[in-house]
Design a protein around this ligand. Structure first.
Ligand code: SAM
Length: 323
């Protein structure tokens, strides 16, 4: 299926199998067995330790695959693919003759028990999506949960990610970000989702489909307010482009030009804070520190001034040190 069509479908599906909603990292505990034979060393292992390997693959440029990903794909007993035809191209490019098996939103419930049985019997299976990091708005989450519940080792083999590549190229603050996956396609639900996100003090990262881009940007401008944003399109590919501007400017540009070609990520800067000067923070800290602990003073001043807790903490330490 063409990627643009699949991406639009993915937005509608947003199934529980996908990790779309949370956007947060789960802390999987990696057993030593999972690292074991595959390890970090230079030597090419003959056999992978049993377990499920979540392997990130390129989002366009096939050269972006990692050496470790190739090693795992080559050594796994089978590669579970969102679309075996898509993964076949990657495998062919690197001369890997792996057994492949489809694992996607439409067959996951049916094939998962068999996959778990193979894993329990000691197989090493790799899971890939069509592009990027599996589970991130792609299939795999339920399989990981079930594998962990069965005591099977789960190992992430990190690599390309459209969300992170867009964040990096956006020029927007990367220190705190929230990955929000695909917004709902229908306007009313999309606006509700944006309303839930409007007070989040972080850069927001959305997957979006080209046909909905202009309408989504317009809703973002209306609900999130005047913020800087970036539309990162066709990342790592021939026609890679990052357009930066305010949400309103970008919405107007894409309304006028019509839907762009290809895949895209929208990155939106955090809400603007009314800046409290350092002198004001120091004055408030001076008063509060006289009768409260450092921790309490930092909490009070951060919530009273709206300044970042980390920043207030640093000022409080400097004040204390200077005394
Ligand atoms: N799991 C994948 C990842 O980690 O990159 C994302 C899968 S999601 C189904 C597909 C969406 O990712 C696209 O609709 C688009 O929003 C974004 N995407 C994937 N490749 C991209 C690229 N090369 N440039 C821009 N966005 C991309």
């Amino acid at each position: 299926m063409p990627r643009s069509k699949r991406a639009a479908g993915a937005a509608v599906r947003r199934g529980a199998e996908r990790g779309t909603k949370s956007g947060t990292a789960s802390a999987f505990s990696l057993g030593n067995a999972a690292r074991g034979a595959e390890g970090n060393g230079e030597a090419e292992p003959s056999k992978l330790a049993p377990g499920l390997y979540l392997v990130a693959t390129p989002i366009g440029n096939l050269a972006d695959v990692t050496l470790r990903a190739l090693r795992v794909l080559r050594s796994a007993d089978a590669v579970l693919c969102e679309d075996t035809r898509v993964t076949a191209k990657l495998l062919a490019r690197y001369g890997i003759a792996a057994a492949t098996q489809p694992y996607h939103d439409h067959n996951a419930e049916r094939v998962r028990p068999g996959i778990l049985a193979r894993l329990k019997a000691g197989a090493a299976l790799a899971l890939v999506s069509d592009a990027g990091t599996p589970l991130v708005s792609d299939p795999g989450f339920k399989l990981v949960r079930a594998a962990l519940a069965d005591g099977i080792a789960v190992t992430a083999v990190p690599g390309p990610s459209a969300a992170l590549a867009a964040l990096l190229a956006s020029g927007l603050p990367p220190d705190r970000f929230l990955f929000a996956g695909f917004l709902p396609p229908k306007e009313a639900a999309r606006r509700r989702s944006l309303d839930e996100l409007k007070d989040v003090d972080a850069t927001l990262v959305f997957f979006e489909s080209a046909p909905r881009l202009a309408a989504s940007l317009a809703d973002m401008a209306a609900i999130l307010g005047p913020r800087p944003a970036a539309v990162a399109r066709e990342l790592t590919k021939l026609h890679e482009e990052v357009r930066r501007g305010s949400l309103a400017e970008l919405a107007a540009q894409y309304r006028a030009s019509g839907p762009p070609k290809g895949e895209l990520v929208v990155v939106v800067g955090p809400p603007e804070r009314t800046a409290t000067s350092d002198a004001e923070i120091d004055r408030a800290l001076g008063v509060t520190l006289a009768h409260k602990s450092l921790r309490e003073a930092v909490e009070d001043v951060a919530s009273a001034t709206g300044a970042r807790r980390r920043h207030v903490y640093a000022r409080a330490l400097a004040l204390k040190g200077g005394r």
